[in-house]
Design a protein around this ligand. Structure first.
Ligand code: PMP
Length: 403
């Protein structure tokens, strides 16, 4: 049977991730990999989770822990999150919060909620690959998001209409973005709110890395800036997507959205239709660990990851040949390299793997239009400083030879 003939048209843009295919090649002895974008597993708070699961499964609470529960999510966790959001300037209650299965699910449901085929999604060039994967299923048109105010809302809107849809949202990761490591400053965030107002679209603020700031000036979330203007979250068009994946554990699959209640209510309907709710026992465990250990755990991560970032930036400075540029992230897990235009990073990947046993992610997969051939993403989260130095030495050699 020709299976593809029965697939819905929305699957036509879903393709196997090139990155996942590349990552399959990385099981080699002695390899130094800057390719993964994941937390260092040796820092997971495993002991605290052990105790939290045990507590959740005691006689008094096991019935709740193992039972179905509400789609909005575990109420004590939502209350704790509402307090954390308030510390960031997002005054809200638990009714503004819904728990999701990682922020990835929030991106999928937001695509489902907002995009009809042909509608426009404004995204960065490059953008988080998983966001493209989530949105692609809803058949959008993509247009370039700029936050420096140099493109008029009227032009953006006209281009969307010419394609038979309208601009539904602007999606961005404003803090230490995946893949670039860059942060949008306060003025950029204010410009974005202005533009979204003119376009009458929503803003999806992907805050997956927001807790991982190592230095530099703290910039309030876009949602906090919008609340400053409007006085209440209920007047705001920003949907904040948070996640515990980069702080406590990605394996538990717990994230949240925080937004005006009508937006949350609609998302709750999608959650009901999708998978009813996030695992109750996982929510109870993360709630306990977050309440008792979140701040101390995150400060440990700051120390570990900032040392690794410093090691990577210093090694790049010392060893990378002239003509290569890179970002200087104030947090997160990524440094983004731009090579001279004639170098194709996918070709370089093969050479780097074969000759020097070092890996990275070629950047063009992060571009909706497949451009960015001379770019690459390096992650510093999973290697110690010495390994990072050796990895950058190997990589610099390969780049030098390609010049
Ligand atoms: N957003 C960004 C920018 C990410 O990098 C990731 C994971 N790599 C996610 C969302 C999804 O993370 P999760 O579903 O684990 O919360």
């Amino acid at each position: 049977m020709d299976f593809e003939s029965v697939f819905a048209s929305r699957t036509s843009r879903m393709k196997a991730s090139e990155i996942r295919e590349l990552l399959k090649l990385l099981d080699r002895p002695g390899l130094i990999s800057f390719a993964g974008g994941i937390p260092d597993a040796s820092y997971f708070p495993a002991k605290q989770f052990g105790a939290a699961y045990q507590e959740a499964l005691t006689a008094e609470t096991a019935g709740t822990a193992l039972q179905y529960s509400i789609s909005e999510g575990y109420t004590p966790l939502r209350r704790w999150l509402a307090k954390e959001m308030a510390k960031l300037g997002v005054t809200c209650t638990e009714d503004n919060i819904m728990i999701t299965s990682g922020s990835q699910q929030a991106l999928d449901y937001l695509g489902k909620m907002l995009l009809s085929p042909g509608d426009t999604a404004l995204i960065n060039w490059p953008t988080y690959l998983g966001a493209l994967g989530a949105f692609n299923a809803y058949e959008p048109r993509y247009d370039k998001l700029t936050v420096n105010g140099n493109r008029s809302a009227a032009d953006i809107s006209a281009a969307a209409q010419a394609e038979g849809g309208r601009v539904k949202f602007a999606y961005l990761s404003a803090d230490f973005a995946n893949p670039t490591g860059e942060t949008v400053d306060r003025r950029g965030r204010e410009n974005l709110i202005d533009m979204a107002e003119e376009l009458e679209c929503v803003i999806i603020e992907d805050a997956a890395y927001q807790s991982l700031r190592y230095d530099g000036e703290v910039v309030p979330p876009i949602l906090a800036l919008e609340i400053e203007r409007k006085g209440s979250i209920e007047e705001c068009r920003t949907i904040y997507c948070g996640s515990f994946s980069k702080t406590l554990s990605p394996g538990l699959r717990i994230g949240w959205i925080c937004a005006a209640q009508p937006l949350v209510s609609q998302m709750v309907l999608l959650k009901q239709a999708g998978d009813l709710h996030v695992s109750t026992v996982n929510q109870m465990a993360i709630s306990k660990v977050a309440e008792t250990h979140f701040d101390t755990h995150v400060s440990t991560l700051h120390k570990v990851y900032s040392e690794r970032r410093d090691a990577m930036l210093q090694a790049l400075e010392e060893m990378m040949p002239k003509g290569v540029q890179w970002t200087k992230p104030e947090g997160g897990m990524f440094v983004w390299l731009t090579l001279p235009a004639h170098i194709d990073a996918s070709e370089l990947f093969k050479v780097a793997l074969e000759t020097e046993n070092v890996a990275f992610v070629p950047g063009h997969a992060f571009f909706a239009d497949g451009s960015g051939k001379n770019t690459m993403r390096l992650s510093f989260s999973c290697a110690d400083a010495e390994t990072i130095r050796e990895g950058v030495r190997r990589l610099s050699k390969v780049v030098q030879e390609a010049l």
